[in-house]
Design a binder for this molecule. Structure first.
Ligand SMILES: Cc1cc2nc3c(=O)[nH]c(=O)nc-3n(C[C@H](O)[C@H](O)[C@H](O)COP(=O)(O)OP(=O)(O)OC[C@H]3O[C@@H](n4cnc5c(N)ncnc54)[C@H](O)[C@@H]3O)c2cc1C
Length: 458
């Protein structure tokens, strides 16, 4: 039996039972089969039980609920979409894209509401995000970002620029040139949320089978080693692991993100760092980094260290890459030098998923009963909640504002075959690393970095 408590800080400190639920042992027939017991699958099940409590729903999970990114992530419940408003506006209208963003912003509070109502104790703390500008180039980029948000009609209540002294009221990083405060974000413990959701839906009558791999998904059913599942509605919620399903190798690329966590910090160390209201934090370098002060006063901090393995491979050994974890620790200590002397108690990693167009989307075809949601890149905690609610409306034929949002129905073309995929992704990441070193070294903006950013559609 695998030791699932090794998967992340969150799983290691989870006080509930991680013993797998029984596997599927024979054929089954249900109204809705959901493949994947992460946030997407479980939020879909949750809202389906709200819309129509009479539905029979089966969640099929290959390991245990929360095994994937949902049980391992940075715990930023950020009301944002990886693609940004403009990408949706180009495919619909500015108004429609604004409506989508409003729903995404409000979904942070929806998670707060559900966790309170269902008594899921996941340490939800809505402290926003502080994104430090730690070079002049980062500060200039932030000013431009704010202008873009204002041009899109997004106001100070959502995002605002901060002077260095305002940032210091929240946190005390090195090399401070300013910052951005983004309000719609909460810090939480993702394993407690995903495990809690599984318990809630189970109490509502949803059947969850674990250690049951779907080997094929088609309209009218799912094939597993334990039996055939027939269902008029089948939802694929497998995100980065989609590459294992027949015919899906180039649908989404798995990208690695690795994390570390410190021991719980003492009061003098916390006083030097700040983060008292538990805002999540990052700086504005091109490479992605993210951190939070946890409910038990650790710093959990991560970055997208190893970007991609040839052939879209997923290799558990890559989640424990010494060099990448050392780099992540160095980045954290550069921001908060006081952390140079504290113990790192947990190191882990996981895979997130990127579609070729980099645009998270929800899809459902009422003719075939097949649906999916995801491609969230690194921002899936909140969008998966909105996606689950939207899928529930689409499946039950409930006309709502959600089913009209412009992320519904967006398709992406498949990724290039290898070696082009590997060269493109690795090359873009190398450029971003060089751009960050240039900007930290000179304080000037990197044209190369901007170009890579544009190519990624950010
Ligand atoms: C290290 C890390 C940090 C991150 N930090 C953040 C963050 O701070 N904020 C944020 O918003 N997002 C973050 N993300 C992204 C976020 O975690 C994901 O977008 C989100 O959890 C995706 O949820 P999901 O349910 O779609 O996928 P997953 O959580 O990956 O769930 C997919 C599930 O499907 C199961 N499965 C796969 N294939 C099969 C099969 N064939 N049969 C049966 N079951 C199958 C898997 O075992 C898994 O449990 C991070 C991701 C990582 C890896």
């Amino acid at each position: 039996m695998p030791d699932y408590s090794n998967l992340s800080l969150w799983m290691a400190t989870f006080e509930g039972d991680l013993t797998p639920r029984p596997s599927l042992d024979g054929d089954a027939s249900v109204d809705v089969a959901i493949v994947g017991g992460g946030f997407t699958g479980l939020w879909t099940a949750y809202y389906l039980t709200e819309r129509d409590p009479s539905l029979s729903i089966l969640v099929i999970e290959r390991e245990i609920c929360g095994f994937g990114a949902s049980g391992r992530n940075g715990g930023w419940a950020i009301g944002d979409l990886a693609a940004g408003l403009d990408a949706y506006a180009r495919r619909s209208s500015h108004e429609a894209a604004r409506r989508l963003m409003d729903h995404v912003h409000r979904s942070v509070d929806e998670i707060g509401r559900v966790t309170a109502t269902e008594a899921i104790d996941c340490g939800f703390a809505k402290g926003g995000v502080i994104r430090f500008a730690r070079s002049r180039a980062q500060a200039a980029r932030q000013a431009a970002k704010i202008e873009n948000h204002r041009a899109n009609g997004i106001g100070e209540d959502i995002i605002r620029l901060l002077e260095p002294e305002e940032v210091r009221r929240f946190a005390r990083p090195t090399d401070l040139h300013g910052g951005i405060f983004y309000a719609p974000c909460a810090a939480l413990d993702p394993a407690r949320l995903v495990r809690g959701l599984a318990e809630v839906v189970e109490r509502r009558g949803v059947r969850i089978v674990e250690q049951t791999a779907a080997t094929a998904i088609r309209d009218e059913g799912v094939t597993t080693a334990g039996g055939q599942v027939s269902a008029p509605v089948v939802i694929r919620a497998t995100e980065a692991y989609t590459r294992d399903l027949p015919g899906e190798r180039r649908t989404l690329v798995p990208l690695y993100s690795l994390m570390i966590a410190t021991e719980p910090l003492d009061a003098p160390t916390l006083a030097e760092i700040g983060l008292d209201t538990r805002p999540t934090f990052a700086d504005d370098r091109y490479a992605v980094i993210y951190g939070q002060r946890t409910a038990d006063n650790r710093i959990a901090f991560g970055g997208r260290a190893i970007p991609y393995l040839y052939g879209s491979r997923i290799n558990p050994a890559t989640e424990r890459d010494r060099r990448s974890h050392d780099l992540i620790r160095r980045a954290l200590v550069e921001i908060f030098p006081v952390l140079g002397d504290v113990a790192i108690t947990h190191e882990w990693g996981g895979v997130l998923a990127a579609p070729r167009n980099w645009i998270p989307a929800v899809r459902y075809d009422p003719r075939t009963g097949m649906g999916t949601a995801g491609g969230y890149v690194g921002d899936g905690v909140v969008p998966s909640c909105l996606a689950g609610r939207t899928l529930a409306d689409l499946i039950t034929g409930t006309e709502s504002e959600l089913t009209e949002l412009p992320w519904v129905g967006i398709e992406s073309r498949p990724w290039e075959p290898e070696p082009l995929r590997w060269l493109g992704i690795r090359g873009t990441r190398a450029v971003m690393g060089r751009a960050d070193r240039f900007e930290f070294g000179t304080g000037r903006s990197s044209r190369l970095g901007r170009l890579a950013y544009e190519l990624l559609g950010r």
